[in-house]
Design a protein around this ligand. Sequence first.
Ligand code: SF4
Length: 251
Amino acid sequence: MRFDILKLNKEFEKASAVAVLQWALKNFYPKLALASSFGAEDVVLIDILVKLEPGIRVFTLDTGRLNEETYEVMDRIREKYKISVESYFPDRKKVEALERAKGFYSFRESVQNRKECCGIRKVEPLGRALKGLEAWVTGLRRAQSVTRTGIEKIEKDEAHGGILKISPLADWTNDDVWAYIKKNGVPYNRLHDQGYPSIGCAPCTRAVKPGGDIRSGRWWWENPDHKECGLHVTDRSQASRDRIQEKKNNK
Ligand code: SF4
């Protein structure tokens, strides 16, 4: 690894999202892309990134189960920023086999079944989307859920060949995200106005009560500790251990 990730995270902890993305573009572009599900964080990142580099690749995982509103915002973003949104579909044969064997809502039956569906519709296509890249950008934030509190702005993504995963908004609050969207007139998914703080596939996402946990509308029938789809399996425990160790060393 040509970068000292611990050192970078220390340096970037208080840096702006723009500064983190400028560093990423300088070091990895054009082998850099943004993974976007077109939620609030992702549209912020598109606005920042396209202004810094109009040729940036933006890809999305079209699971076949997305909301109509998500397709609508994707088109509004395409038009406003004059970008091509690269959609990645799941393997047709795997989806057909899953639906024929287990029906159309197997993901509601168990965590294992849900992970199977996410594996086919999201995880495998993500692997294809990341091929050839040296780094990818995500809209992950620490405040989104209990599973994300340990996010670092720069992580080594062991699940995808050790490329870097960059989360420039890791320390942003929900208010920061919405202040940016409003100030910059960024198009956003209109489901956010209907009580959806986090938006994934239609059958696995619902609105939450005002003030409710941001990710509580995702796979609401599951324990909060399980609520990841398998896209973000960076060895965060190692990153956290490193961070704790580093803090001890600095005492
Ligand atoms: S979010 Fe739901 S529908 Fe979408 S891939 Fe995962 S289990 Fe399947």
